[in-house]
Design a protein around this ligand. Sequence first.
Ligand code: COA
Length: 287
Amino acid sequence: MSAEQQTIVCEDLGSCYQLRVTAAVAAAFFDLRIFRGTSLPPAAEHAPILVPKAARIEPYTAYLMRGPLATLGAFSFAHTVLPWNLVVGRYCSIAEGLGMFGEQHPTDRATTSVWSYSPRNPVVALILADLGITDFQTYPYPQKPPAVIGNDVWIGANVMLARGVTIGDGAIVGAGSVVTRSVEPFSVVGGNPARLIRRRFSDALCERYLRVQWWDYALAAINRLAFLEPERFIDQIEDLSASGRLPPYRPPVFDASALLDMLDRLRSGAWTPPERPTLDDLLMQAS
Ligand SMILES: CC(C)(COP(=O)(O)OP(=O)(O)OC[C@H]1O[C@@H](n2cnc3c(N)ncnc32)[C@H](O)[C@@H]1OP(=O)(O)O)[C@@H](O)C(=O)NCCC(=O)NCCS
């Protein structure tokens, strides 16, 4: 990490950096088209944020409630603080109040308490030190991986995801659901535990959507297609793709270190963002 980067990184927490979002860093995010919060011009943030080292962040992502920079694909909007280790694809819409199950305690041991498996916990360390215990016996308890959300997924308000579940491409999770099992692509699920309500399209059409993976393409490429007619939309994508007129969208994808590097290059003036219309310009044009 460069000396410049160290001035904005508060701490290396192992799997994440803690980053201070000063006014300059907030402006740099905006220039990278990683949108944070809803205020313009972009503002400094009070608390440091987590930048997971494993995260992969594309431009044109919106962390509207700020929070950690979890993996988020282009054209996705999160109206919630994302769990730091969640992975989210492109063109997703995530409503407020998304949560993910935390650490799982063992259920098949004499106790569910932390004392049998002792995760890295400073309080545990302090208590053991106070009691003069230096050889406390613990037994590891493996955890499931975080949840993964595919592409073009809509998550309703106040949803809770169990660890290890995958929400398939094109799925919809109803408001207030607790998702304990993976959700099939293009399924609509709801409830606690979340159960299938219906599929969005016929099985045959779902198959075609999964084959075509339209989210691999940029907005400009799909802008004039038949959004209102799902079958014709997929016909059009198939035709364009077959004729080679649909290039995949491959923007720069930032991991933590590339992101910190870019933030510094912006702050120091080593990289200047392209000329773009301001929001005021756009509002003027629209009026
Ligand atoms: C899941 C959802 C998309 C389904 O919408 P829909 O297709 O119009 O479904 P309907 O209202 O016709 O309901 C269909 C069935 O699903 C059930 N259902 C609907 N939403 C549900 C939910 N969130 N949880 C559990 N069951 C739900 C209904 O009770 C109904 O069951 P029934 O057939 O036994 O009577 C919608 O109800 C929902 O939860 N939307 C989220 C809205 C939101 O949170 N927006 C935040 C801003 S992005």
